[in-house]
Design a protein around this ligand. Structure first.
Ligand SMILES: [Zn+2]
Length: 418
């Protein structure tokens, strides 16, 4: 069979996704498979069993990332395909798991068709992507790509007081391989979009050429607490009112900067938080995201100038602290355009897009040419039991991944179409 007519076995991929989704299933239907929990261990065991059945050489690194390696004809750099299988609380079936199990499906198709690739292939499942139990998220890929030191990672204390390294030992996934030792020549991650664009536009494939930069701010507004009944309006230094104005500004910032700028106040606390007291202090957070450095910088400037204006108009003081900044990531131009061509050659429509969510791929982009493939999420819903991607969408994405692999790993036999 010419390699151009190869397709994934969709029923098998769907069955494997279903099987994995039963591990950590909550009574309400969502999944809870927090990193290094008993449920995560069971899912890892299942994945390793499947990798073994597919003839992959299984390697576990020091931070708990799992790799299944298929030899190639050469010792060239491997093509790495992967994602993660840990979950948030109340997750759907597809976030992360889809990318890992579709990669495994690609291996099965190669095996069944006796296809030998020039480059070796590595299927990767990165540890603690979600970051619910241990922060930061994308921990496994951060260590793998050298963004985070292994000893720091192993000492991270979880929200439940557990130590990452201790839990990794407990579940039996503290591997010996040095993180980063399998150095890929290219990394491709297939993932559900987790946003509404592809579903809204009825486009089956998103070729992701970057991930937004994020800047997180903590804003403390200080005014004067006083009696709600006796203090005349003109004598108030109302931190609550000033904070409300700043929340309103977050929307204006997004509209003013335009493009894909996002701006959100997601957390707010009033002090003393009493019905009959003018708030003396408010602490709130602002989450700014943009795919471009200049846009993000403009949004940060607007946040600062808005704060100065509100300080003056409302007789309060506003302190702004940067909590975290993650720069925008641009994926590899050549990998991105190859993915577009591959999708087109399969007759599947695609569009370029930016990811508004973080993914392991943005860390892997530090060490090798990288890009991502998205498929539609119904209604843009994710991190929810309602997360859904249709069997057709899952199949299209799997086939684009399969043919990407055939191109990037240099298939020897058959007619090479791209
Ligand atoms: Zn994910």
């Amino acid at each position: 069979m010419p390699t151009s007519s190869l397709r994934i076995n969709a029923p098998r991929l769907l069955a494997n996704l279903e099987c994995l989704s039963r591990i950590g299933k909550l009574p309400d239907g969502g999944i809870c498979r927090l990193a290094l929990s008993d449920e995560d261990k069971l899912a890892r065991d299942q994945l390793v069993t499947w990798m073994d059945e597919s003839g992959l050489d299984i390697r576990i690194d020091q931070v708990g990332n799992i790799f299944g390696v298929r030899a190639g004809l050469s010792n060239l750099s491997p093509v790495m395909l992967g994602s993660h299988i840990d979950s948030v609380i109340g997750a759907g079936d597809f976030d992360g798991c889809y990318g890992v199990l579709a990669a495994l499906e690609v291996i099965n198709i190669l095996n069944e068709n006796g296809i030998v690739t020039k480059n070796p292939i590595a299927v990767a499942s990165f540890s603690n992507e979600e970051g619910v139990r241990y922060q930061p998220g994308m921990l496994g890929s951060s260590v793998y790509s050298g963004a985070l030191d292994i000893s720091n990672a192993l000492n991270i204390v979880g929200v439940d007081g557990s130590i990452y390294g201790g839990e990794l030992e407990r579940i039996g996934y503290a591997g010996k391989m040095r993180s980063g030792d399998i150095r890929p020549g290219v990394y491709v991650e297939l993932h559900v979009e987790q946003g509404p664009l592809l579903d809204r536009e009825r486009i089956p494939i998103g070729v992701v050429d970057g991930v937004v930069g994020i800047s997180w701010w903590e804003v403390t507004v200080s005014g004067g607490a006083n009696h709600a009944g006796t203090t005349p309006v003109e004598m108030r230094r109302d931190a609550g009112l000033a904070a409300a104005k700043l929340v309103q500004k977050t929307r204006e910032i997004a509209l003013k900067v335009g493009g894909d700028q996002r701006s959100t106040c997601g957390m707010i606390r009033f002090f003393p938080n009493a019905i009959n007291v003018i708030p003396g202090k408010v602490i709130l957070t602002v989450d700014l995201r943009n795919s471009g450095e200049a846009g993000l910088a403009a949004a940060e400037d607007l946040l600062l100038t808005s704060s100065r204006e509100i300080e003056a108009s409302d007789d309060v003081s506003i302190a702004i602290k940067l909590l975290e900044k993650v720069p925008a990531v641009k994926f590899d131009k050549d990998v991105v355009s190859s993915l577009e061509k591959i999708s087109g050659a399969l007759g599947i429509r695609s569009r370029r897009m930016i990811s508004g969510a973080g993914h392991d791929a943005q860390l892997m982009a530090r060490i090798c040419p990288t890009a991502m493939i998205f498929i539609p999420s119904k209604g843009g819903v994710s991190h929810s039991p309602e997360e859904f991607s249709s069997p057709e969408a899952l199949t299209d994405g799997g086939n684009v991944l399969l043919h990407s692999l055939l191109v990037f790993a240099g298939v020897v036999d058959g007619d090479q179409r791209f």
